[in-house]
Design a binder for this molecule. Structure first.
Ligand code: SAH
Ligand code: SF4
Length: 349
């Protein structure tokens, strides 16, 4: 049985050819899948009943299940999706009151090997990569359930997208071609996998690259992000500068603010120095609580102070709006497990 979700127009044409139907039928099926997001072949109402019956013999729309759906009081929706092998992943739909945009926060892996100390995903370790079809199914699940069209995508769910680069790039191509979501409306967030940043620069990725820096110096960064021992901030800086040189694009620096750890005035100054020769915007992310660590979110006052000091260095600084914290759907809270189920980029203030 072929699964239609995730297939390109050409691949759908192969199916319609095998049924001796015209290429136009393939285009219709393609639009039903990606633009109208139907659940069933029977919902493709401009296909004849006879043709639908034939198609149903060899294909189905999707093979994933929504295991749990949770709606936050701010409108954020979190889905726990189950793939045929029984593995689950979370995906989040965020809406921002002042905009028409609907942003899907997608996962790229089950678990994550990077194991940052502040993140719930890393706690599970790495289980497996998602295929590009499994990444796409997350956005289709949202569209099927809400009847709405996703307009923006951020690779900020579970997993490190640059450690699954082929599938992420292929998914991005399909978001572009089939969902008609422009590359500029897609953001890929990485913890700083240096060789793959060079790789992206070669690819001339049109999307925004966001980098989770989270510390102003080597000592603090290695305390919270083990990746610093592999690719340190100096190597990272070289890669980022080369990326900006090659692509001409401004990158987004994500900086998690943890009380008394990296939110001091000295940290702000040191961070400004580090970033002074990198063409970037800065997105501050106040820490969201996850179980099993004693980090705390700084007060609003210190967040604003930190923001002000950075702005002084001439950069554009935004503070990420917290979304879906009441259902554990905010950054870093995704676990991808059903048991104990109580769990932008430019979401600025
Ligand atoms: N693996 C990628 C993308 C997924 S995480 C990365 O690390 O960049 C998306 C963002 O959420 C990252 O910036 C990550 O550091 C941040 N994050 C993780 N845990 C968090 C927490 N507890 N509170 C706030 N942000 C968190
Ligand atoms: Fe992995 Fe990103 Fe979580 Fe770090 S923050 S453990 S890289 S998902």
């Amino acid at each position: 049985m072929k699964v239609l979700s995730g297939l390109s127009l050409q691949e759908i044409e192969e199916i319609t050819d095998s049924l001796k139907a015209s290429k136009f039928r393939a285009r219709q099926i393609h639009n039903w899948i990606y633009l109208k997001s139907v659940r069933l072949i029977d919902d493709m109402t401009d296909l004849s009943v006879k043709f639908r019956e034939e198609l149903k013999q060899i294909a189905c729309v999707s093979d994933v299940k929504v295991k749990v759906k949770q709606v936050s009081k701010d409108g954020t929706i979190k889905y726990l999706i189950e793939y045929p092998d029984g593995e689950c992943v979370e995906t989040v739909l965020m809406r921002f009151d002042n905009r028409a945009n609907l942003t899907a926060c997608v996962s790229s892996q089950i678990g994550c090997a990077v194991n940052c100390s502040f993140c719930a995903t890393g706690k599970r370790g790495f289980i497996r990569n998602l295929t590009y079809k499994e990444i796409i199914e997350q956005v289709l699940t949202i569209q099927r359930d809400t009847g709405l069209k996703v307009t923006n995508i951020v690779f900020m769910g579970q997993g490190e997208p640059l450690l699954n680069l082929d599938n992420v790039l292929k998914a991005m191509e399909i978001f572009n071609d089939s969902f008609q979501i422009g590359a500029r409306r897609i953001t890929v967030s990485t913890s700083g996998i240096v060789p793959q940043i060079y790789e992206l620069a070669k690819n001339d990725m049109q999307s925004t690259l966001a980098v989770s820096l989270h510390a102003p110096n080597h000592e603090i960064r290695k305390q919270i992000m083990p990746i610093e021992n592999r690719y340190d901030m100096e190597q990272l800086k070289k890669a980022l500068k080369s990326y900006v040189d090659k692509t001409g694009r401004r990158i987004t620096i994500e900086y998690l603010l943890i009380k008394d750890l990296n939110d001091t005035i000295d940290c702000a100054k040191e961070l400004a120095m580090y970033l002074s020769d990198i063409k970037c915007n800065i997105n501050l992310i106040p820490y969201n609580p996850t179980a099993k660590n004693d980090f705390q979110r700084p007060s609003n006052n210190s967040i604003q102070k930190f923001k002000y000091l950075l702005e002084h260095s001439g950069k554009k600084v935004t503070v990420r709006l917290e979304r879906g914290a009441d259902i554990d759907a905010a950054c870093g809270q995704l676990k991808g497990k059903a048991e104990k189920y109580n769990e932008s980029t430019d979401s600025e203030s």
